[in-house]
Design a protein around this ligand. Structure first.
Ligand code: TYM
Length: 375
């Protein structure tokens, strides 16, 4: 059977079969037992992004839970390749990470890869990607992290924290491994082949900074797995603990494709879209509805294939509300227009508040920089 989709850290194509992808990547699926273990540590609470199966796979999550149970140290890690088109999908792993920080009160390391964006994407100067790193950091801070827990690394500014680790990592990775893992060819620049060492280095940084074994848990969409598969392969030979990961699916495009896509701006809701734009995109979205209102009332819609319903499940923390939307859609009691309006109001309220909080974060970024806290 041919490959109908492709997922690499730099490109997602086609309709992703998530179960098959998990098998191909060799990652574990989250089980009820994992969720029960987590519940046991959080007073019965499991974040809805995990509960509803959006985060669905992992590497080594159990080991982190065991450490949490026995009071041993661990930390959180994720990151962003800074660009001007931050969308709601990018915030999803950070929203879950905020929940972990609140529940477990652990350190959270965040890498802004201005070097990566410059090296692997055409059309950016390094000055631009560096400026965008600080811009994108505002959205992270706007989610409510405090400077005593969140530590921001901007690669080209904070390279001294990473370089020694990255060099050791680089020595363990052959050119052919990196080429195969990331799909690089001889025509890629040599920076792209070194960069993975920088993303892997942050996974080992907490152990160096805190001076004790501190594995990280990395909540991210599954496209980042190649980095951390390699990181786990080499960790022991470098005397570092293996990083653990928690993988989500992608937030689908509003226009019906599997992932919001930069090449189709109508497929994504960007942080800077104003109300009018958000409304237009949502009202034009693909749905699982019937062609006419009359048929919808008679036959009901299909929320299982509907991106609008999917967005409700990813942006509403009320199980009752999500269930009501599902059942009313199936039963023909909720028409697509009304369902879209509910989503529009939710997204608009979120984005307006988010932009206010970004403004407030503008003079605070330096408090979060790793360099002010770890000398
Ligand atoms: P980047 O900037 O491509 O993506 C940032 C984070 O957002 C996730 N993501 C999505 N999640 C849900 N739905 C989507 N449609 C969607 N699109 C992107 C990505 O999986 C990622 O978690 N190389 C990284 C930056 C990085 C990093 C890390 C990411 C450095 N260290 C550690 C995760 C963990 C990058 O360019 O991400």
């Amino acid at each position: 059977m041919g490959q109908e989709y492709a997922v690499t850290p730099w490109e997602v194509k086609g309709k992703v079969d998530y179960l098959r992808l998990a098998r191909e990547f060799g990652v574990q699926l989250l089980t009820d037992e994992d969720l029960n273990l987590l519940k046991g540590l959080t007073g019965g609470d499991v974040h809805y992004l995990i509960r509803r199966g959006f985060f669905y796979a992992h590497r080594g999550f159990r080991e982190i839970l065991e450490r949490a149970r026995s009071g041993e140290s661990w930390a959180l890690y994720n990151g962003r390749g800074p660009s001007g088109d931050l969308h709601i999908g990018h915030l999803v792993p950070w929203i879950l990470t905020k929940w972990f920080v609140d529940k477990f009160n652990v350190h959270y390391f965040f890498e802004l890869t201005d070097d990566e964006k410059f090296l692997v994407r055409d059309g950016y100067t390094l000055e631009e990607t560096n400026r965008l790193a600080y811009d994108n950091a505002l959205s992270l801070i706007a989610l409510g992290f405090t400077p005593d827990r969140l530590h921001i690394i901007v690669d080209t500014d904070d390279v001294a924290y990473l370089y020694k680790i990255a060099v050791k990592v680089a020595k363990k990775l052959t050119l052919s491994t990196v080429k195969n893992t990331f799909g690089l060819t001889d025509s890629n620049n040599i920076g792209a082949t070194f960069f993975p060492a920088m993303e892997i280095a942050v996974a080992f940084l907490p152990t160096e900074l805190l001076n004790s074994e501190t594995p990280v848990l990395i909540p991210t969409a599954i496209d980042q797995d190649p980095y951390f598969r390699l990181a786990r392969d080499i960790a022991e030979t470098l005397n570092y603990p293996k990083p653990a990961t928690l993988y989500s699916k992608f937030l689908p495009g509003l226009t019906g494709e599997d992932k919001m896509s930069a090449s189709n701006p109508d497929s994504a809701l960007y942080i800077n879209d104003d109300d009018k734009e958000v409304r237009r995109k949502i009202m034009n979205a693909f749905t699982g509805g019937q062609p006419t209102a009359e048929l919808q009332r008679r036959l009901g819609g299909n929320p299982d294939i509907c991106p609008v319903y999917r967005y409700h499940t990813l942006l509403s923390d009320s199980d009752d509300e999500v269930k009501r939307i599902y059942e009313d859609c199936r039963g023909g009691r909720l028409l697509c227009g009304e369902c879209k309006l509910i989503l529009y109001e939710r997204v608009s309220a979120f984005l307006n508040r988010h932009r206010e909080l970004r403004e407030k974060a503008k003079d605070k970024v330096s408090e979060y920089k790793i360099s002010v806290k770890f000398k």
